[in-house]
Design a protein around this ligand. Structure first.
Ligand SMILES: NC(=O)c1ccc[n+]([C@@H]2O[C@H](COP(=O)([O-])OP(=O)(O)OC[C@H]3O[C@@H](n4cnc5c(N)ncnc54)[C@H](O)[C@@H]3O)[C@@H](O)[C@H]2O)c1
Length: 325
């Protein structure tokens, strides 16, 4: 049983963050959650996720913007975390075309703000942060290996996530801050994100509205169920043997699936037929994602357990309950 830790989780009101907070509290840790509850998507959902964590004497929450460095330093000074799980970010590929500066504020300035707070903290022993499969772009050989250069991002979002990894590399080497970057591959599940395809498709299918299918459905994604992501993220943050350096892991599903197959499974879970409208490829999107899981499997015995056939009906069931549909 790992020792109890004081852990700061940024992005605590987000999809992955709220699940991570629950799992860390269940594992007996103390957690301080940070989130600015921005309006990128409905803040009611973010507040409801926080409510779903419920009252817990080992849980505190601060509504703070991570790019507000002075406030972040104050929080680190008073809470004295031993570990940090940094998930706050401006997510989404398409929104970076509409609002590019929000990515610079949250993903670059925000990431640096967390690194600087850790550099000046005497207590932090490990930073685990979220990167993304989008760093691989369209030019990387399949399956995507962490050893690939990943220097041809096709969206600003991907460019900021890759830049975060490079900032982390420099801080690990300059200031000896042990760090782990997690490249998540399309995470889905209950309490998910309203800007993502599985949510938009479920909503449209249940409302008998058409869904937008890009590139005629000729896209492939390596989908990862939230419980698989959380189980391994908790294992990594609890690992007391990792004390030096900076490493990066892919966290993906077991195999890529075609978009059309994905739509058919959602329609089946909804008990309805999908009305598909085809659109050309969107700027910033990649054709396929496919994780090489050799490294994470070797170091943490990672094995995704939940496939789309099981995970999508769980999401649809949660969605129906949450909205009373
Ligand atoms: N969900 C996925 O499929 C996926 C895939 C790859 C990478 N990621 C990464 O994982 C992390 C979590 O993603 P998610 O799906 O839970 O997204 P999310 O948008 O649900 O959660 C991010 C949270 O961070 C908060 N936030 C954003 N900017 C902030 C700031 N400047 N200060 C404080 N809080 C801020 C938001 O309010 C939100 O609650 C992100 O870093 C994301 O880029 C997610």
């Amino acid at each position: 049983m790992p020792k109890h830790s004081r852990i700061i989780v940024t992005g605590a009101a987000g999809f992955i963050g709220s699940h991570a907070v629950k799992a860390l509290l269940d594992a007996g840790h103390s957690v301080l959650g940070i989130d600015n509850i921005n309006e990128y998507y409905d803040s009611k959902l973010k507040n409801d996720r926080l409510k779903s964590i419920g009252y817990h004497k080992e849980f505190e929450f601060e509504k703070i913007d991570i790019s507000d460095h002075n406030k972040i330093v104050d929080v680190f000074d008073s809470y004295k975390p031993v570990r940090v799980l940094h998930l706050a970010a401006q997510a989404g590929v398409r929104y970076s075309i509409e609002n590019p500066f929000s990515y610079i504020e949250s993903n670059l300035k925000g990431h640096l703000s967390i690194l600087e707070a850790i550099r000046n903290s005497a207590s932090v022993r490990h930073l685990v942060y979220a990167s993304s499969s989008s760093v691989y772009g369209n030019d990387t050989a399949v399956p995507f290996s962490e050893n690939a250069r990943a220097d041809k991002p096709v969206s600003l979002y991907a460019a900021t996530k890759r830049a975060d990894e490079l900032l982390s590399e420099s801080y690990a080497s300059l200031y000896r801050i042990p760090q782990t970057g997690l490249r998540f591959f399309t995470v889905y599940g209950p309490w998910g994100r309203p800007d993502m395809a599985y949510w938009l498709f479920t909503k449209a299918i249940l409302e008998s509205k058409p869904i937008k299918v890009f590139n005629d459905g000729n896209l492939e994604r390596d989908f990862t169920y939230i419980d698989d992501v959380i189980e391994t993220t908790v294992k990594i943050i609890e690992d007391e043997n990792f004390e030096h350096g900076h490493r990066i892991y892919n966290i993906g599903g077991s195999s890529p699936r075609r978009l059309q197959e994905f739509i058919d499974l959602i329609a089946k879970a909804c008990g309805k037929t999908a009305i598909c409208q085809n659109f050309p490829m969107q700027p910033g999107d990649v054709y396929r994602t496919c994780a090489d899981l050799t490294r994470i499997t070797k170091d943490y015995h990672y094995r995704p357990r939940v496939d789309l056939e099981t995970g999508l009906p769980r999401f649809v069931e949660w969605y129906r309950q949450y909205f009373g549909v």
